[in-house]
Design a protein around this ligand. Structure first.
Ligand SMILES: Nc1ncnc2c1ncn2[C@@H]1O[C@H](COP(=O)(O)OP(=O)(O)OP(=O)(O)O)[C@@H](O)[C@H]1O
Length: 192
């Protein structure tokens, strides 16, 4: 059972996380909310093993297979949308991936290089790449950022379904998104 116990992190004199603890429910979506700069991304980076906490424990997490959407899309610019997604799930056929792409209005852009995609398309390619990757825990850092209302609604519905029964940590500023994702638990990082 992944458990975060008394994590603290400072950058110089700036204390970003102070004795933060969280029990992550397996098979459920946990939503982490909080004002800009309160340490949400820092927390995810520690849990992903990309940053070291000054104090505390991340029991169970180091050995779990992880997949993530970062705040940045992190696409390979010269690879097509399809090839970017296949990087994390080479065992899936092109047809399977094409079908998933269509569900979030990415049909028709399979062969376009990432650098030719719009911001919203890039976001959805990055999201799909993370959702289709085999993993034991999924980290979603503001995955719906920059999508228009209708695309966001559709993408949230798709993501919710894709996350069903999986262990997910989802960061957002938006209470409505937390609700639409059906998060089992919503944690405010501001309040500790
Ligand atoms: N590598 C770093 N060096 C110094 N300070 C950092 C570093 N990374 C983050 N910080 C600081 O830590 C604080 C928390 O940043 P973080 O990105 O975790 O916030 P956040 O809650 O994810 O914000 P947002 O919602 O705007 O993405 C900020 O004040 C930021 O400037």
């Amino acid at each position: 059972m992944p458990e975060i116990i008394n994590i603290s992190k400072s950058y110089g004199e700036h204390r970003v996380l102070e004795q933060f603890s969280l029990h992550i429910q397996e098979g459920e979506t946990t939503c982490i909310m909080g004002r800009s700069g309160c340490g949400k991304t820092t927390l995810l980076r520690i849990l992903m093993g990309l940053e070291t906490a000054d104090e505390g424990e991340t029991g169970g997490l180091p050995s779990m297979k992880k997949s993530a959407v970062f705040q940045e899309d992190r696409l390979c610019e010269n690879l097509s949308a399809m090839a970017n997604i296949r990087l994390t799930c080479p065992e899936r056929t092109a047809e399977e991936i094409r079908n998933e792409m269509k569900k979030i209005d990415l049909g028709g852009c399979e062969n376009q290089p990432a650098h030719e995609l719009s911001g919203g398309m890039r976001r959805r390619v990055a999201l799909l790449r993370a959702l289709l990757a085999p993993c034991q825990i999924l980290f979603l850092d503001e995955p719906f950022k920059g999508l228009d209302d209708e695309t966001r609604r559709k993408t949230i519905a798709y993501t919710k379904e894709a996350c069903r029964g999986r262990t997910v940590l989802f960061v957002t500023h938006d209470e409505k998104e937390a609700e639409l994702m059906g998060a089992a638990k919503v944690v405010s990082l501001d309040e500790g």
